[in-house]
Design a protein around this ligand. Structure first.
Ligand code: MRU
Length: 367
């Protein structure tokens, strides 16, 4: 089992701060970073010191706490104003992982509810502190539940392929895509993993292979470009990946390169599973085509990790995510169960089962 703690709140409130693994230094250095202000949290999220959709959500909730924890002596209205300002600042850190906005909306709703119930400034701040911890703890429970459900899809002796890092280091718990692997391993099943290196920022090479080795799981690192070859050799029984945002029609959006993995998996009759909590569903989007895709700096492609590997001045396009259409997805593992051959109707049923409020509308985009 993994024992990595990606991030946590240290101390009380006021006076507390967030401690997180500085993921940009892995695997060469394992360092803890203290984050004490909202701008520092925005920077940590943008630089990928903390990354992975659920972890970004937890970081945003605690980030908001950093901005309001000293406001307990202020009026309720002032605390609400600070909450709104901090949420706006944090929401600008990265655009794709919907967990960021989900966590901030949950924090703002808590503050509004407590204010409407007559809480003063101190009461609203302590409610926000409680809510941020609740987001942290529910992520841990959710990961474990998805791990249990997903482990049933893994047979003794299976070899799986994953892309990017959707492990403990992408969440507050045991991960999304890697959680079923950890649970299967705990259950005594023999399980091996091929990890795509995940160009350009190498989350697979730097983080997934490190995390799986720490947990004693058999892992083989491959270049992204070797993935289809590895499948054609019959080495892969199933693909497990995470997601940064699922649309209501069950299109999924994950680290760039995931779509290519899904296409290769379909061509080789390898089941492609997505493991993602309901907090990763954006019920307002009826198609993956509408998901905002982050574009990152050209230097990540031309000078990755400080060494120039492309000519000065070359034009670069660097989308950080891609969308895999629902038709390529064999199943989505959520905390309320496995959605097999997912469709909009099945996604909506899962949202209802999870108590998520949303408006069901006919699809407005072309399937
Ligand atoms: O850019 P990153 O490292 O934040 O991208 C992360 C991913 O794409 C993960 O696969 C995704 O967030 C699922 S996390 C459990």
């Amino acid at each position: 089992m993994t024992s990595v703690q990606t991030l946590c709140w240290v101390g009380d409130s006021p006076g507390g701060y967030v401690e997180m693994v500085e993921q940009t230094l892995l695997p060469l250095d394992y360092e803890l970073l203290a984050v004490r202000t909202v701008p520092q949290m925005v920077d940590a999220i943008y630089r990928l010191a903390v990354r992975g959709a659920p972890a970004i959500g937890v970081a945003a909730a605690y980030g908001l706490m950093l901005g309001v924890q000293d406001a307990g002596g202020e009026s309720a209205n002032e605390v609400l104003r600070r909450t709104e300002d901090c949420a706006t600042t944090l929401a600008a850190a990265r655009p794709t992982a919907v967990n960021l906005f989900w966590a901030l909306d949950r924090m703002k709703a808590r503050a509004a509810r407590d204010a409407a119930a007559g809480a003063n400034g101190a009461g609203i701040v302590s409610g926000l502190f409680e809510e941020a911890h609740a987001i942290y703890h529910s992520d841990q429970d959710t990961c474990r539940r998805m791990g249990d459900i997903g482990a049933d899809l893994i047979a003794d002796g299976n070899t799986l392929l994953t892309h990017c890092n959707a492990g403990a280091l992408a969440t507050a718990g045991m991960g999304t895509a890697l959680a079923p692997i950890y649970r299967a391993h705990e259950q005594g099943k023999r399980v091996a993993v091929y990890a795509d290196e995940t160009r350009p920022l190498l989350q697979g090479a730097r983080i997934t292979s490190w995390e799986l080795m720490q947990a004693g799981i058999d892992v083989t690192l491959i270049a992204d470009t070797a993935m289809a070859r590895v499948m054609s050799e019959g080495r892969i029984d199933a693909v497990f990946v995470g997601s940064d945002r699922n649309a209501r029609d069950a299109d999924v959006c994950n680290k760039v390169g995931t779509y290519a993995v899904a296409l290769a998996a379909q061509a080789h009759y390898v089941p492609f599973y997505v493991v993602a909590p309901l907090s990763t569903v954006d019920p307002s989007l009826d198609s993956g085509e509408l998901i905002p895709i982050e574009e990152r700096p050209a230097e990540e492609v031309t000078c990755g990790f400080g060494k120039r590997t492309a000519p000065e001045g070359v034009r670069v396009y660097n989308p950080a995510f891609d969308v895999t259409p629902a038709r390529l997805v064999r199943g989505i593992v959520t905390e309320v169960g496995l959605i097999e051959h997912p469709t909009m109707a099945k996604m909506e049923a899962a949202l209802r089962a999870g108590g998520v409020e949303f408006q069901s509308r006919p699809r407005t985009t072309t399937p």
